[in-house]
Design a protein around this ligand. Structure first.
Ligand code: G3P
Ligand code: CA
Length: 265
C-alpha cells in the first residue's frame, strides 16, 4: 500500500488568477497583477524564464512573438526565443498592444519588479518555472532572487492561503528547487499517475489540468497529503465541477468569476 501522509490542513478555497489576470489584461505583466488585485484575487500565477544575459523575466511561451512586438522591433533577428535576447532588448518590447491598445507600452517585467508589485498589492504567488530545459539552473537563480526577499520564504498560518508556491511541469526541476528553497511549498504541474503518488512526498501540491481529474483522483491526492488546484478553469460549469470534486481551489483567467463560484459553493 502507498505511504499515506497526514491530511493537508484546511485552507480557504481560492481562485488563483492565471498569468496575472489573463482574461482582463496582457498576461505576465504588471498591469495584469494590478488587474488581479482590482478583481479581488488573493493569489496570482505567473511564469518565469531567463534572458540571454541571465535576467529573470515573466513570459509564458519560449518565444517572444505571440505576446510582444519583437518582430517589428528586431525584424532581422533569426531567433524569437527569450533566451536569445538580452534584458535591455526585452525591455524595449511592447507586451501590451497585442492584447488591447489600452495596454500599449506595457513591458515584460523582471521577476524582481513583479515581486515588488505583488508586495505592494499584498498578493500571494504561484510561480511557475517555465521551459526550464532551455534555462539550465534557472531554479537556483529563482532561489537567489527569493532569498533576497525573505518575507516570501516564510509560510503564513495554516488557516491562510499559501504565500508562495513554486511549481513546474518539469518534476525534476521542482525537486531541485525544493532542495534550494526547503521552506517554500512546491507543486507538480500535470497529472501524476496513481501508482507514483507516493514518490513525491517532498511536494505540497499537485496541480493537473482540470479535464484530467475527478473526485476519486482528488480524494487520492488528499489521502497522500497533497493539496490540489487544477488549471485553467474559465467557465462556471468547470468551476462548479472541480469544487464539487473536492479541489482546494483552481486557477482561472477570470478571478472575479472564480470568486463568485467559490462564494456560491
Ligand atoms: O498554473 C498552471 C498553468 O499555468 C499551467 O499552464 O500553460 O498556462 O502555464 P500554462
Ligand atoms: Ca503557467
Amino acid at each position: 500500500a502507498a505511504t499515506v501522509r497526514q491530511a493537508a490542513p484546511q485552507r480557504p478555497l481560492i481562485a488563483v488568477s492565471h498569468r496575472g489576470a489573463a482574461g482582463h489584461a496582457p498576461e505576465n505583466t504588471l498591469a495584469g497583477l494590478d488587474a488581479a488585485r482590482r478583481l479581488g484575487a488573493r493569489t496570482v500565477e505567473i511564469d518565469v524564464q531567463r534572458t540571454k544575459d541571465g535576467a529573470l523575466v515573466l513570459l509564458h511561451d519560449a518565444g517572444l512573438a505571440r505576446t510582444t512586438d519583437v518582430e517589428e522591433v528586431f525584424p532581422n533577428r533569426s531567433s524569437r526565443l527569450v533566451a536569445d535576447y538580452t534584458l535591455a532588448e526585452v525591455r524595449r518590447l511592447d507586451a501590451g498592444s497585442w492584447f488591447s491598445s489600452a495596454f500599449r507600452g506595457e513591458r515584460v517585467p523582471t521577476l524582481g519588479q513583479a515581486l515588488d508589485r505583488l508586495e505592494t498589492l499584498g498578493l500571494n504567488l504561484f510561480l511557475e518555472i517555465k521551459e526550464p530545459a532551455r534555462h539550465p539552473g534557472i531554479e537556483e537563480d529563482v532561489a537567489r532572487e527569493l532569498r533576497g526577499r525573505p518575507a516570501w520564504l516564510r509560510e503564513g498560518p495554516a488557516s491562510e492561503p499559501r504565500r508562495l508556491v513554486v511549481q513546474s511541469f518539469d518534476w525534476e526541476v521542482v525537486r531541485s528547487s525544493k532542495r534550494v528553497l526547503p521552506s517554500v511549498p512546491h507543486g507538480l504541474l500535470g497529472r501524476v499517475p496513481e501508482d507514483r503518488l507516493a514518490e513525491f512526498t517532498w511536494a505540497q501540491m499537485i496541480n493537473p489540468n482540470h479535464t484530467t481529474v475527478d473526485a476519486a483522483y482528488i480524494d487520492l491526492l488528499h489521502e497522500h497529503g497533497y493539496e490540489t488546484m487544477p488549471y485553467t478553469l474559465n467557465t462556471r460549469a468547470a468551476m462548479d465541477t472541480v469544487l464539487r470534486s473536492g479541489a482546494d481551489g483552481f486557477i482561472t483567467d477570470y478571478p472575479d468569476a472564480g470568486l463568485r463560484a467559490i462564494r456560491d459553493f
